[in-house]
Design a protein around this ligand. Structure first.
Ligand code: CAA
Length: 379
């Protein structure tokens, strides 16, 4: 077992860290305030090869692995968790749907535009009445000649208003429930497909999240990913990978807030001494440091499980649970340690605390992660 990142991974980490600090950091508060997404910087990440990191070169990827990708999402999310999730949804959820379920031809056709960062990708599974119970979808895809006709509504769709490419899950055989669910590729501007309500959110405010509306939306049968009825399993497998991305996002948020608190405790003086000289605060930081390190090892293990071909459903669920709980805990403690300043926008930790909350909820709530983990204990 080797706990040291290779020189190549350290180099990648350094490059992404520098990009995040130089390019993402300067306007992160303004983007949070206005709810605006930095599309030009996302495109730059594409040019750096980040979006396609864990995919082969023939699909427009960079030929690296899931640990490299997790490290990149972590570094981006230390500074801007909105870009972190938008990146992760394109790479893990859109890319994962196509690569887990698609034919060779479909992978060559539907992956490169997103993996190059030229456009974003989205994942349409959740519906108003199908959240944790993902198998409860009611959007339908009815076969008509050589086409499918989609009708229904998807909600909470990250990247929705910005994406050109969508992986959408719909029932081809409603009477079979989740076993009748199928996965489809849908292109923006397909007649009958439109973007519905754009959400106004508590956190990750710069990420764009919307409804997807399908009204007699006709797509070719060649857009079916996998076979009819494969959709639920494709979605579940894809979410296993997505949870590694959210874990990396959570870890990055925790580390970003920790570093702000650490610097603050060294510079802020009260009662004629820097704050860190109060053992209560120093010990608190020691505890948070251990929590972050534990979370990091769990994330890196899950990423390596996936990269090296071991089962990763459970390790991804554990990493998602532990990293995102750390995100919420560390950011909440950071706001408290910064006192009145922590409550103010220019110190960043209040934004990080708001951003952390959703990491405990999306891509399977942390209660769902406990369901998955506990389910593996009593077989
Ligand atoms: N990989 C492959 N197959 C899997 C699987 C996995 N990880 N998990 C389950 N399956 C298979 C099962 O083996 C089973 O197959 P058989 O019928 O052949 O035996 C089938 O799928 C059904 O499995 P379950 O009976 O376990 O399914 P369930 O209906 O009880 O649901 C669940 C299980 C874990 C609760 C699942 O519904 C789930 O993960 N819910 C959470 C949904 C979720 O994460 N949504 C996030 C939306 S995306 C998002 O947040 C977007 C964003 O923009 C950030």
């Amino acid at each position: 077992m080797n706990f040291q990142l290779s020189e190549e991974r350290q180099q990648l980490q350094e490059t992404v860290r520098e990009f995040a600090q130089k390019e993402l950091e300067p306007d992160v508060l303004a983007r949070d305030e206005k709810g605006e997404y930095p599309l030009h910087l996302y495109e730059k990440m594409g040019e750096m090869g980040l979006i396609g990191l864990p995919y082969s070169i023939e699909y427009g990827g960079s030929g690296k692995d899931y640990l490299d990708y997790a490290i990149a999402v972590e570094e981006i999310s230390k500074v801007d968790a909105s870009v972190g999730i938008s990146y992760s949804v394109s790479t893990s959820l859109y890319g994962g749907s196509i690569s887990n379920g698609g034919s060779e031809e479909q992978k060559r056709e539907f992956l490169p535009n997103v993996l190059s960062g030229k456009s974003l990708g989205s994942f349409g599974l959740t519906e108003p009445d199908a959240g944790s119970d993902a198998g409860g979808c009611i959007t339908t895809a009815v076969k008509k000649g050589d086409n499918y006709i989609l009708n229904g509504l998807k909600c909470f769709n990250t990247n929705g208003p910005l994406s050109q490419h969508f992986a959408v899950y719909a029932l081809t055989q409603p009477e079979l429930g989740s076993k009748g669910l199928s996965c489809f590729y849908v292109k923006k501007d397909t007649p009958g497909f439109s973007i519905g309500k754009i959400e106004n959110k508590m956190g990750i405010r710069s990420a764009q999240v919307s409804e997807l509306l399908f009204e007699n939306c006709e797509i070719p049968e060649t857009a079916l990913i996998g076979k009819e009825g494969d959709g639920f399993k494709i979605a579940m497998k894809t979410l296993d990978g997505g949870r590694i991305g959210v874990a990396a996002q959570g870890l990055g948020i925790a580390e970003g807030a920790f570093e702000i608190a650490r610097k603050y405790l060294m510079t802020r003086e009260q009662f004629n001494k820097p704050l860190y000289k109060n053992q209560y605060l120093a010990f608190k930081m020691a505890e948070l440091e251990c929590e972050i390190e534990q979370a990091k090892y769990m994330l890196y293990k899950a990423a390596l499980d996936k990269s090296e071909g071991r089962p990763y459903t459970i390790s991804a669920a554990k990493a998602k649970l532990v990293c995102t709980e750390a995100a919420m805990h560390v950011t909440t403690e950071a706001v408290q340690m910064l006192g009145g300043n922590g409550f103010m926008k220019e110190y960043h930790v209040e934004r990080m605390m708001r951003d952390a909350k959703i990491t405990q909820i999306y891509e399977g709530t942390n209660e769902i992660q406990k369901l998955i983990i506990s389910g593996s204990l009593f077989r």
